[in-house]
Design a protein around this ligand. Structure first.
Ligand SMILES: CC(=O)N[C@H]1[C@@H](OP(=O)(O)OP(=O)(O)OC[C@H]2O[C@@H](n3ccc(=O)[nH]c3=O)[C@H](O)[C@@H]2O)O[C@H](CO)[C@@H](O)[C@@H]1O
Ligand SMILES: C=C(OP(=O)(O)O)C(=O)O
Length: 418
């Protein structure tokens, strides 16, 4: 099994230039099913989740080509309404294919995605929203059978602003006759990016990014072309790596409002951040300042996808920080690895932990527990004294395109061993 060998102590600095957001490109790829035409998607990271989504699209009849950051998806022919069990159960986010398939076909069969390492992750809100559009969904032995009954626009009120459920509802509503009103949708930047992609193929979606989305159903959609937004989470991860190793990092392209929740915390930790041109420059503090409370919440709050990296940063701060993870019920698994590397983190409840800053991390052997948890262990290893070995890196490869090449280009001593 592949692993990373990291020799800590080098500054992570220089100029960072990476491709677009995983959490944008996955729903956008699903949305390409809707147009019976060609979709050209630029700024696509070649990560394992994207490769997996390509396989799903091909399995239902799409013709897909990836070249140098650009995906071309031809969905003229969709030959199957059945999504093979192995896809949905292996990549939880593939459930967003459901809404697009419903928009395109009369009958869809898909497995329930189940939970994953970071939490139970039910799909009740997805199903409730899609049913609201006149789709009958029957569940038998973990398989969902979806049939169009009285497919038309409707009002959908989310009791919680789920990202995936909002995306599924948008995808299913694009071709539903009449108007769909979505109240309390997720407001993450990736929702707005999906709206922009859908509108580029002729959909009529407004309001994404606010607490009300309106969709006017259309019968036919056409060719689409779109550039995926920068990956705020990957950028934030490299910024934290730089802050933890006393580096200065220049990022070539960011969307300022997408970065503010992360940058706010980095500033509280003592970093100086200046927006210059299309990008930003981060300067590290001499001493990382402890932040009393880090609480994750839906956008525009501090993202749960940055919580693990933030616990690594706070582990070498000058005080004590309390972390409150409000989104997922099992997202502190990386703390065991960080503690093995010398951190002082105590679990208070499944959603709260206390991080007491220590002088430094010590290199050792650790295992990635999940995607962002794995990233946090890499950050700790980069800042650590000595050598670390990080295994189970397939988690990290789901969301970071060749992280070892990027870190090496920024001065880090990391290599991947197959
Ligand atoms: C591919 C993708 O974009 N993944 C992101 C997406 O995941 P995802 O779309 O799965 O996250 P959600 O916003 O749906 O989940 C947030 C919370 O709502 C709960 N929930 C969700 C749906 C549902 O039907 N019922 C229910 O109870 C979940 O268990 C979780 O506790 O948003 C998360 C929250 O920002 C991010 O961490 C993930 O990186
Ligand atoms: C939890 C994440 O992704 P997914 O929803 O794909 O598991 C993430 O990107 O941190």
């Amino acid at each position: 099994m592949s692993k990373y060998i990291v020799n800590g102590g080098n500054k992570i600095e220089g100029r960072l230039s990476i491709r677009g957001a995983k959490n944008s490109v996955l729903p956008i790829m699903a949305a390409s099913i809707l147009n019976e035409n060609i979709s050209i998607i630029h700024n696509v990271p070649y990560i394992s989740d994207v490769k997996f989504m390509i396989k799903i699209l091909e399995s239902v009849g799409c013709r897909v080509k990836y070249e140098d950051g650009t995906l071309t998806i031809d969905s003229t022919v969709i030959s199957s309404g059945e999504i093979d069990e192995k896809y949905v159960t292996k990549m939880r986010s593939s459930i967003i294919i459901m809404g697009a398939m419903i928009g395109r076909l009369d009958y869809v069969k898909i497995n329930h995605p189940g939970g994953c390492a970071i939490g139970a992750r039910p799909i009740d809100l997805h199903l409730k929203a899609i049913k609201q559009l006149g789709i009958e969904i029957k569940e038998e032995s973990g398989v969902l059978y979806c049939t169009k009954e009285d497919y038309k626009g409707s009002s959908i009120n989310f009791e919680y602003p789920s990202v995936g459920a909002t995306e599924n509802a948008m995808l299913a509503a694009v071709k539903a006759k009449g108007t769909t009103k979505i109240y309390n949708p997720a407001r993450e930047p990736e929702i707005e990016d999906l709206q922009d992609f859908l509108n580029s193929m002729g959909a009529k979606v407004t309001g994404a990014g606010t607490n009300y989305i309106e969709i006017e159903g259309v019968e036919k959609l056409g060719r689409a072309e779109h550039t995926v937004i920068p990956d705020r989470i990957a950028i934030g991860t490299y910024m934290m790596a730089s802050a933890m190793t006393s580096g200065t990092l220049e990022v070539d392209k960011v969307v300022i409002p997408h970065m503010e929740a992360i940058n706010d915390k980095l500033r509280m930790a003592g970093c100086e951040i200046e927006y210059i041109g299309d990008g930003l420059v981060l300067k590290s503090p001499k001493t990382i300042q402890a932040i009393d409370l880090v609480r994750t919440s839906p956008h525009p709050g501090f993202p749960t996808d940055m919580q693990a990296q933030m616990t690594a940063l706070m582990s070498i701060s000058n005080g004590t920080s309390l972390f409150y993870e409000t989104i997922f019920e099992n997202r502190f698994m990386h703390c065991e690895g960080l503690n093995k590397m010398g951190a002082n983190i105590k679990y208070i409840t499944e959603k709260i932990c206390m991080v007491k800053g220590v002088k430094e991390f010590m290199g050792t052997k650790v295992k990635s527990p999940d995607l962002r948890g794995g990233a946090s262990l890499i950050l700790a290893a980069l800042a650590a004294k000595g050598q670390s070995e990080i295994t189970d890196i397939y988690h990290v490869e789901r969301g970071y395109e060749s992280i070892e090449t990027v870190i090496k280009s920024l001065g880090g001593d990391i290599r991947k061993v197959d």
